[in-house]
Design a protein around this ligand. Sequence first.
Ligand SMILES: [Zn+2]
Length: 446
Amino acid sequence: MLIINARRLTGQPVALRTVGERIADVGADLVAVPGETVIDARGGTLIPGLWDHHIHLRATVAAAASIRVGPPQVHTPEGFRAALAAATPQPDGWIRAVGYHNSVAGELNRYALDAVVAHVPLRIQHRSGAMWLVNSAGLAVLGQPDHPTGQLFRQDAQVAAATTGHATDFGPLSARLSKYGVTGVTEATPNLAAADLDSLDDAVGGGQIRQRVLVMSADSGRDHPHLVFGPVKRILDDDTLDLDALTEWIAAVHHRGTAVALHCVTVVQLVVATTALRTVGVHTGDRIEHAAVVPQSMISDLVELGITVVTQPNFVAERGDEYLQDVPASEHEELWRLRSLQCAGVPVAGSTDAPFGDLDPWAAIRAARDRRTASGSEISVSEQVSDAAAVTLFLGGPGAPGRSRELTTGSAADLCLLSEPPEVVLRELDGELVAATVIGGQLMDR
Ligand SMILES: [Zn+2]
């Protein structure tokens, strides 16, 4: 395949040839060889395909079939009750709802849920992804009829074991990702069971998932070339932080030659994570997921460790209005830092954390540039980055998320072609401009 008359994000003219899975030639102007498929970009912009560096594939598929009971769709107790009253159970017999936040109807327990849905098993995922709220009918199905509250914290595996049974159809999700120009994703769900890994392996091997997938699990011998294994993820929770245990765990993972990815959304989690990493030493590929709150004094710790931060700029847009209410103004600059980290020399990569954030990477890219909430308020504009830097957050590769891939001969032919020239692309930062997505030299259907 030959792409002609394109421009790089920098504005320079570029033509590019792919042969098989790779970029075979890059120049300002290349001439087609007989029989070659030619795509005329007509002045559009050619960039490496986007990589979403932190996403939960199966949960995103499930969320698409769930009802939303949190902001921005649902804000009030009345809206919450109405949404659940209108819900119909899924094939597994459950009503599944997602996106709940306590601002909607307060802290919920099984009895509050029974008052809304009495006889059908109901499970509601808290927006944080850390908790399922289950009614009494659901607790009975889960084999926990005597659970005092129905608030199941970090019990995804147990809930999944009792509720799945249907093979996940990843095809529509993969197609949506292709529409956004996404050619690779990092599956960030920790502790995936063998069945989950098998289903990902089948989906990638069978072509349901067209994107390359980096899984945050130890390599388990599955060997499709588009499915690779990377840093092993660990979630830190404030209530169960244990510096010694974490230090030992990191050392053991490193000892096997594998990097770690540490989920840190609070300051204390970041302190414990960086302390443990300093003790053990950083392995190539180690990363901090989220770094939702970084005090000024800790930026130098991240620099010294040389560790990559994988952030979600979209949360500034999606949750910013709540931050403005709930977080003291003096701490706003610590939220979802971007520019200050990059300026200090911390490699930073972007991601959506779908389904907890919106799947559209371009919305996250715009949020990185604009730092505006849904209602239009700004949050710590000093953390804004340029339009080009915002795009670059999604151009890293699986092994080095914070370093942009380049259109160079020999690299994987994973490409995103946009219909407009770079100045328009950078102004709009809109996924609607994606005209073609190429993965491993294959043009994706539109
Ligand atoms: Zn996540």
